[in-house]
Design a protein around this ligand. Structure first.
Ligand SMILES: [Zn+2]
Length: 44
């Protein structure tokens, strides 16, 4: 399952459940990646 770092926003693959850390910045707060995280801006 893929996660998204809440600090740098990069996609992080959780290799171990015990140590879900961002592999880029080391931030420990990860959010589960959803199919649609970004809000689509309605174009006028
Ligand atoms: Zn990060």
């Amino acid at each position: 399952m893929a996660y998204v770092c809440m600090h740098c926003g990069k996609e992080v693959k959780a290799l171990e459940k015990n140590s879900t850390r961002c592999q880029y910045c080391g931030y420990r707060a990860l959010e589960k990646k959803r199919s649609a995280i970004e809000r689509k801006v309605s174009t006028d």
